[in-house]
Design a binder for this molecule. Structure first.
Ligand SMILES: NC(=O)c1ccc[n+]([C@@H]2O[C@H](COP(=O)([O-])OP(=O)(O)OC[C@H]3O[C@@H](n4cnc5c(N)ncnc54)[C@H](OP(=O)(O)O)[C@@H]3O)[C@@H](O)[C@H]2O)c1
Length: 441
């Protein structure tokens, strides 16, 4: 009988307990697939006394994660505690330094310390696997690191935060406000009590920084990402998008512009018939534009105990087989620094919603200001607030402002901002214009 792979597991929460269950359930299939059994031999968590609903009688309890990480009785250290700091960081460093391969689902740790940890893994000739850290159960890390190695990638974009997609889906389908949907997401346990990290796009940015590194060889660096969240999206943006053939998603996008890698997270209009637009609720999806295989989209659960455990167990399986790939797909000294994308230079189409004063000449003024910046319009929709006064098309002086929706052809963000500043100075609109970038797909 081949020697079993001995696993030490730190963290017995949602994901950790599911990993215990999955390894137990897949015991014989895993042994067949890996050519050797996989056994959890030691575990740790904060509380030893907590009933976790799994049988851990034959598993050794170790008093803390650092002690477990250097335990001579384990071959691989699985970190499922979370957090960018200690004990997760020190435990992972300890395990790597002791020549043990590491599996982690911890995107926060990787986003902050990924390159340094990968360097440590390299130095000690061990694996650092993190499939579960991005998009939960979707095997996007392996796809980028191994499956697409024969391709030059042009762009990768994805729905990487289930909470945001849940909120946008309900706003779109039920016409509810952002605040109502957020409250529901919190009630259902999809959103944290402090939801800012999710809804302001930072969770997506951490995940994108990892994907961009795998896709383009950049150093993992969330600070190189332009980030904008979804809290400014109004239900009317979603209904206008629908009318114009689009849907709004919070996307993380990394694209090779030819001048560098542009990384950005923001609400994005995508064509309603695109693969990514079909992804609703808490589901995640990633589309990769690759030259040989063309565009592929992977869709699946971005969170949840069993789905995430599926990715963790796959990583453990690779270690059992003796497969070791560079954590970010190439040697760490070949990873390049990526500068923060200057969004003024971003090129693409734009959705612009203005609240125009209902008076003669407003549309002409807006069109003139856009034309001055060389912006061409794909469509323009203007709704008047009510019936016109009798006998002519002179607007009623008491009529309120009317929404004007513009869809531009590709232009630069700088041009859009300048045109809108001029329109504002012309006093033909009220309030701040809403601007949503359109992603071609
Ligand atoms: N949940 C998901 O759907 C999901 C999806 C993708 C990735 N992830 C990632 O997976 C990791 C684990 O997430 P989770 O949802 O399973 O978290 P969780 O349910 O909060 O579990 C965390 C576990 O870590 C243990 N722990 C925390 N601090 C510790 C410490 N100082 N010393 C020892 N043990 C400690 C806790 O012990 P006690 O139980 O004794 O308190 C608990 O068992 C995180 O990095 C998360 O980002 C989670």
């Amino acid at each position: 009988m081949a020697t079993p792979l001995k696993v030490g597991l730190a963290g017995l929460g949602t994901v950790g307990v599911s990993v215990v269950r999955l390894i137990d359930r897949q015991r014989s299939a895993l042994a067949l697939s890996c050519g050797r059994p996989v056994e959890i031999v030691a575990v740790t968590a904060r509380s030893k006394a907590k009933n976790r609903g799994v049988d851990l009688k034959r598993v050794r309890w170790v008093k803390d994660p650092i002690t477990l990480a250097r335990d001579p009785g384990i071959d691989v250290f699985v970190e499922l505690m979370g957090g960018a700091g200690d004990p997760a960081k020190r435990a992972v460093e300890t395990a790597l330094a002791h020549g043990k391969s590491v599996v982690t689902a911890n995107k926060a740790l990787l986003a902050r310390h990924g390159v340094a940890l990968a360097k440590l893994a390299e130095r000690h000739h061990v694996a650092l696997n993190f499939e579960a850290a991005v998009a939960g159960g979707i095997p996007i890390v392996k796809t980028l690191r191994e499956g697409l190695v024969g391709n030059k990638l042009a762009r990768i974009y994805g729905i990487l935060n289930g909470t945001c997609n849940y909120i946008l889906t309900r706003m779109e389908q039920e016409g509810l406000s952002f605040a109502d949907c957020l409250a529901d997401a919190q009630r259902l346990g999809y959103a944290e009590a402090d939801p800012a990290f999710d809804i302001e796009g930072h969770d997506t940015a951490q995940k994108l920084s990892i994907l961009a590194s795998l896709a383009f060889g950049t150093k993992v660096d969330p600070a190189a990402i332009y980030v904008e969240g979804i809290s400014s999206i109004a239900p009317e943006d979603l209904s206008w998008a629908d009318e114009l053939g689009y849907r709004v998603k919070l996307l993380g996008v990394a694209v090779d512009t030819g001048k560098g890698i542009e990384q950005r997270v923001h609400p994005t209009m995508v064509r309603k018939d695109s693969a990514i637009a079909q992804v609703m609720g808490v589901t995640n999806a990633v589309t990769v534009d690759a030259d040989a295989v063309a565009a592929i989209t992977l869709v699946g659960p971005g969170a949840g105990g069993m789905a995430t455990a599926s990715a963790v167990v796959a990583d453990i399986g690779d270690i059992a087989r003796g497969v070791r790939t560079p954590p970010f797909g190439r040697a760490t000294d070949r990873l390049v620094t990526s500068r923060k994308a200057p969004m003024q230079r971003h090129e693409g189409g734009y959705y612009i919603r203005l609240l125009a004063r209902d008076k003669p000449g407003t549309a002409a003024t807006i069109a003139h200001r856009l034309a001055q910046q060389g912006i061409s319009l794909e469509s323009i929709v203007q709704r008047h607030s009510g019936p016109r006064p009798q006998g002519g098309d002179r607007p009623d002086k008491t009529a309120g402002p009317v929404p004007v929706i513009l869809i531009t052809y590709a232009t630069t963000e700088d041009a859009v901002r300048r045109a809108l500043a001029a329109v504002k100075r012309d006093r033909v609109i009220m309030g701040a214009p809403q601007v949503i970038r359109i992603e071609k797909n």
